[in-house]
Design a protein around this ligand. Structure first.
Ligand code: HEM
Length: 132
């Protein structure tokens, strides 16, 4: 098949697949777990972050156009609705978006268009989750 006829790459493929997304997620939760500036966000989460590491990596993979296992395992679950009852504030949404942007920047090449696009979209989602 000629290069022109190949299917376009999904964001999942461009980002490096599940392994790369899992590394971003691990960095994200390591930052949240270790830095004082994320303390309020950290306090909202359970003591054991391992289930969250698995879940967020799976969700991101499906969201970015990769394997849809997370959606199959969580039928009908909407990320926005799932966060509605959590009392996300502007400050904690900001902490989430900041830690995620740093984790992405640590794993994507400098000036990576796909990395920046991912950080921007997740930032918008986190801010749309603010309920108080
Ligand atoms: C784009 C933004 C976000 C995404 C994609 C996301 C993703 C997720 C995922 C996949 C889960 C696990 C759900 C499950 O397995 O059932 C989760 C849970 C959770 N999220 Fe988020 N989240 C986002 C933003 C936020 C923000 C802004 C906050 C707080 C300010 C937050 C706080 C939490 C908490 C407290 C839980 C439950 C954790 C626990 O049970 O320990 N999330 N999120």
């Amino acid at each position: 098949m000629s290069a022109e006829l190949k299917s376009p790459q999904t964001p999942y493929e461009a980002l490096g697949g599940h392994e790369a997304l899992a590394r971003i997620v691990d960095r994200f939760y390591d930052l949240m777990d270790s830095e004082e500036r994320y303390a309020e966000l950290r306090a909202m989460h359970a003591a054991d972050l391992s289930p969250m590491r698995r879940s967020l990596a799976g969700w991101l993979s499906a969201w970015a156009g990769g394997p849809r296992d997370w959606f199959d395992e969580n039928p009908g679950k909407c990320m926005m609705s799932a966060h509605r009852g959590l009392g996300v504030s502007a400050a904690t949404a900001d902490q989430w978006a900041d830690a995620m942007a740093r984790a992405i920047a640590d794993h994507c090449p400098k000036d990576s268009v796909i990395g920046q696009a991912m950080a921007e979209r997740l930032d918008m989602m986190a801010r749309a989750m603010v309920t108080n």
